[in-house]
Structures are given as structure tokens and as C-alpha cells.
Write a protein that binds this ligand. Structure first.
Ligand code: ZN
Length: 168
């Protein structure tokens, strides 16, 4: 479980998530394989490719149930409820929504949840509310309101926001 205390991050640096631009290890293997042209290497690569194809053929075509997290323009909470984004809110509005029962989830680097989200418990949200409005740093921080069909609200806090002793 990653819920609990706020994620640690060094001040003034942008945390990096897994870069999709990195060359894959498969490409690197092919690269080094052609450099050492041995029949052993070729046989090995062929076997790996066959395994890959068979693995693909066995992949079920059914869509798995949505998992908690950010999926484009859908936020799925830990109970499987779906939320749609509305708009960025002010610190005062965020406080009012949290006081009225909105959930709070944190995207530590503001990348859209690729590194994972930190979900806060009801008790932690109450501590935020008791601390007053959050401090949203203009440059990178932000809080967006997400709404479920039934009106439930989640506040998606991203990057540089301080809120009581929970987010600091
Ligand atoms: Zn990230």
C-alpha cells in the first residue's frame, strides 16, 4: 500500500519517471548479437522470438477491469469508481471540497500518474482540512477537481503543493 505519508521529494528538482525514450533491452541485444556473429547467438535469438510469439498468442483479448489510477481523462479510485476531470480549483475551493468529504490523491511529479499516485485516508484528509487551505506553488503545483457521475469528488493534487503535515 502506498497510502500514508506524503511522498518524499527533494526540493527544487523534478523527479524523473521511467522514460519511454530509452532504447529497449531487446534492441540492445540485437545490436550486440550482430557484433558477435555466432550461430549460438542466432539460435538463442530465434528461440526468444518464438517464445515471444507464443506469449502474444496466449494473451487474452478481454479488457481487464480498470485499476486505481489515472487513465487519460479517467481517474479510478481504490473502490473502482470512475471520475472525470472538471477544472483546476483555488486553495480555498479545495479546502471547502475536502471539508465536504472529497477524497484527495497526489501525483508527486505531475506527470499524469505514471509513477503512481498517493491516496490519502479519510483521517489524513481531515488533518489537511484542519490545517487550512493548501499552499499551491504557482510554477508547478495545482489541484484539479474530478467528479463521479453521482457527484462524488476527488481532488487530484499535483507536484508542488503543501497541505498541513500530510503534504509538505
Ligand atoms: Zn511521474
Amino acid at each position: 500500500m502506498t497510502s500514508g505519508s506524503a511522498a518524499e521529494r527533494p526540493r527544487g528538482t523534478i523527479p524523473r519517471c521511467g522514460s519511454p525514450a530509452l532504447p529497449s533491452s531487446k534492441a540492445l541485444d540485437l545490436e550486440s548479437g550482430s557484433a558477435h556473429t555466432g550461430s549460438m547467438g542466432k539460435r538463442h535469438r530465434r528461440a526468444t522470438f518464438a517464445e515471444l510469439v507464443s506469449a502474444l498468442e496466449q494473451t487474452p483479448t478481454t479488457t481487464p477491469p480498470p485499476r486505481p489510477g489515472l487513465h487519460g481523462r479517467e481517474l479510478v479510485d481504490r473502490e473502482g469508481r470512475s471520475y472525470a476531470p472538471t477544472e483546476d480549483v483555488s486553495a480555498d475551493r479545495a479546502l471547502a471540497l475536502a471539508a465536504a468529504g472529497a477524497g484527495v490523491v497526489y501525483d508527486p511529479c505531475g506527470c499524469g500518474g505514471y509513477c503512481g499516485l498517493t491516496w490519502f485516508s479519510r483521517e489524513e484528509v481531515q488533518r489537511m482540512v484542519a490545517a487550512g487551505p493548501p499552499a499551491i506553488r504557482r510554477r508547478r503545483g495545482g489541484i484539479r477537481e474530478w467528479r463521479a457521475q453521482d457527484g462524488e469528488v476527488y481532488l487530484l493534487v499535483r507536484d508542488d503543493v503543501r497541505w498541513g503535515d500530510v503534504l509538505h
